[in-house]
Design a protein around this ligand. Structure first.
Ligand SMILES: [Ca+2]
Ligand SMILES: [Ca+2]
Ligand SMILES: [Ca+2]
Length: 426
């Protein structure tokens, strides 16, 4: 009975024990066998951010990860501290870098189911410091015109990448590199106008500076109140008188004769006196400039100077010099004016007059052959631009001492007002 019982009891126990032993042997052996089949580490590489990218308080970092079996976990360490864990794709996290400046190491640790680990690292440059910005120009409350450059001085611990200018709250321009300067159009604005520069660094941190300027975009008024007599041929001193005013501050008034500024007055009365004896066609105007740089110019006035006067009919006979071929010295542009200068060689028959005004024209003082420089100017595109310009070279009566009546002969030749070249026939 006992034997039988023991035999019956022992038998199952032995089986159970054997099974237990077998299980004990099989379970770890089976697990170890499965792990042993995957000794291959995952593959991982950085997708973002770029190496040494400049980043702000938040950076999205992404890796591509794969495994011969399966990637089961990826952990992100920022500057050595665990910042997040992913257990499935996408293998991407956006850790906070708030307060950090300078180089920061990002490290992803990628695992497969068997515990194989692959580590990839990348450094970025954290920038959580705002740029510095200060107005360089214009000055506080400067009186400025409709076109005025404004400049901001910038610096940053990494790099300034953008500066935007706002005028009265409206974006008017963007710079992405030095010089950090723009010239906004302030036309139509008058009075106090706020300017604001917003400056951005590579990480997107920004700083703003503002400045108020006083805009004057209204040009002065200007008129010629005393012009030149347009009848006949003027000689001697002739005075042009101008009136001008501005809504804010007049800087100066200029009087322009044949393209040249002959007077610049900062205080009224605004006048210029010219010697009409030195002129042929006289084209004159006045130009007023305010302190903001706005300019207004009058219409042209015209008069005839003495050089255009025909020779006196009672001039004594004299032998005119022989003129050589004219030679172009220069043809220059001064604003809307063109000035052409020719040289011409005269042989015989020319005489000096000995009178001061005539000497200004380069009179020869008695030699038989000399070279005379002749100059004329015209306004391009105006009604005073003839196709053919006559360039007179005056010769004088040897016996006369009167400037008004001595010029009775001359040599003249024609030039094309477009090409400045002499014309063979005119
Ligand atoms: Ca693996
Ligand atoms: Ca910065
Ligand atoms: Ca003004």
């Amino acid at each position: 009975m006992n034997h039988h019982l023991r035999g019956r009891l022992l038998a199952p126990l032995s089986v159970a024990a054997a099974a237990t032993a077998a299980l004990t042997a099989l379970v770890p052996a089976g697990a170890a066998s499965a792990a042993a089949k995957d000794t291959t580490k995952p593959k991982a590489s950085f997708t973002a951010p770029a190496v040494n990218a400049i980043v702000g308080s938040k950076v999205t970092t992404t890796i591509s990860a794969s495994d011969n079996k399966k990637v089961t976990k990826a952990q992100l360490y920022v500057a050595g501290k665990l910042a997040g864990t992913r257990t499935a794709a996408p293998w991407s996290l956006t850790p906070s870098l708030a307060g950090k400046n300078g180089t920061v190491k990002l490290e992803w640790r990628v695992y497969d189911a068997a515990g194989n680990k692959t580590v990839v690292t990348r450094t970025v440059v954290a920038d959580n410091t705002k740029p510095k910005a200060s107005f360089s120009a214009p000055a506080v409350n400067a009186l400025v015109g409709s076109k005025t450059a404004t400049t901001v001085a910038v610096s940053d611990n990494t790099k300034v990448v953008k500066a935007q200018l706002y005028v009265a709250g409206t974006l008017v321009g963007t710079r992405t590199a030095a010089p950090w300067s723009l010239t906004p159009n302030l036309a139509g604005k008058n009075g106090s106008v706020p300017l604001e520069w917003r400056v951005y660094d590579a990480a997107g941190n920004s700083a703003a500076v503002t400045r108020t300027v006083i805009v004057d975009s209204t040009a002065p008024t200007v008129s010629i109140t005393g012009g030149l007599d347009s009848d006949g041929y003027l000689s001697g001193p002739q005075t042009i008188t101008v009136d001008a005013s501005d809504d804010r501050a007049l800087k100066y008034v200029e009087i322009i004769v044949n393209g040249q500024v002959v007077a610049r007055d900062t205080t009224a009365p605004y006048t210029a006196t010219i010697d009409a004896s030195k002129y042929g066609k006289i084209i004159y105007s006045a130009r007023a400039t305010d302190t903001a740089g706005n300019i207004r110019t009058t219409a042209d006035g015209t008069a005839n100077g003495e050089l255009l006067a025909p020779p006196p009919v009672d001039a004594p006979a004299f032998s005119a010099p022989t003129a050589g071929e004219p030679t172009l010295v220069s043809c220059t542009t001064n604003g809307e004016w063109r000035t052409v200068k020719y040289e011409i060689t005269l042989t015989g028959g020319a005489y000096s007059m000995g009178s001061a005004p005539r000497k200004d024209y380069g009179w020869n003082n008695g030699s038989a052959t000399y070279t005379q420089t002749a100059t004329t100017a015209w306004k391009v595109g105006s009604s005073y631009q003839p196709k053919v310009l006559l360039l007179p070279v005056m010769v004088a009566d040897p016996g006369s001492t009167s400037p008004e009546h001595s010029v009775y002969g001359g040599v003249q030749f024609a030039i094309d007002s477009t090409t400045c070249q002499p014309l063979a026939d005119f």
